[in-house]
Design a binder for this molecule. Structure first.
Ligand SMILES: [Zn+2]
Length: 86
């Protein structure tokens, strides 16, 4: 399996415990690179194969809750739409 040609696309964006909240997708638009978050409707473990995409996010989304964490100690993570923050 060669993965080298996928470059930055499809990098898992995790809650900090290894649950995947979405994938980062980088594309070139009007001569600049734009990174968006392809947010899943539900967080998954990295071994899970079936996902439901909630939205492709551009711009900041605060405190996305990981619903794969134990209910009493759910982690949140903020997606910063601009590079170099968080
Ligand atoms: Zn989690």
């Amino acid at each position: 399996m060669k993965k080298a040609d996928r470059k930055q696309n499809g990098t898992p964006w995790t809650c900090g415990r290894g649950h995947v909240l979405g994938l980062t997708v980088t594309s070139r638009e009007n001569g600049r690179w734009v990174t968006r978050l392809m947010k899943f409707r539900h967080a998954i473990s990295e071994t899970q194969l079936v996902v439901e995409v909630d939205a492709v996010v551009e711009g900041t989304v605060r405190e996305i809750v990981c619903d794969a964490c134990p209910p009493e100690e759910r982690l949140t993570r903020t997606w910063w739409g601009k590079p170099g923050q968080g």
